[in-house]
Write a protein that binds this ligand. Structure first.
Ligand code: THU
Length: 135
């Protein structure tokens, strides 16, 4: 997918997912949506836990949904969160995305109702380590 591809569908899916997040501790809801190689969109939200480290990120949920559905290649991913700052994927999620994506994969950052920025995974995780390193 080119950098100028229209990412409205995954952006809308991420923003629609966001209010379903379970975030009673941080009050920071995050939605994620992945377009896979089969043209299917998979969504996820963050799910927090009273034992704080057991919480999981929205991107992890979307990746799990993709794998469950048979997808293996992230064509593009959108992440949605509120606030003035960009809700970019955390460091751990950048690596989780890398497992199923390349440095060229678009990462679309959304607010509550619009796209705010677009990066590639390589922008966010330069000189990354992925499955190819183990060949
Ligand atoms: N969070 C995500 O879901 N994805 C990210 O990439 C950044 C952080 C969640 C984790 C936690 O539930 C809340 O946002 C506050 O950190």
């Amino acid at each position: 997918m080119s950098k100028n591809a229209n990412h409205d569908a995954i952006a809308q899916a991420a923003m629609a997912a966001m209010p379903r997040a379970y975030a009673p501790y941080s009050q920071f809801q995050v939605g994620a949506a992945i377009l896979d190689e089969n043209g299917i969109i998979h969504t996820g939200v963050n799910v927090e836990n009273a034992a704080y480290p057991q919480g999981s990120c929205a991107e992890a949920g979307a990746i799990a949904a993709m794998v469950m559905a048979g997808g293996k290649a992230i064509q593009a991913i959108a992440v949605s969160g509120r606030g003035d700052l960009l809700c970019t994927p955390c460091g751990g999620c950048r690596q989780r995305i890398r497992e199923f994506a390349t440095s060229d994969t678009p990462v679309v950052i959304c607010g509550e109702d619009a796209i705010k920025a677009e990066f590639t995974l390589g922008d966010l995780l330069p000189h990354n380590f992925g499955p190819d390193n183990l060949d």
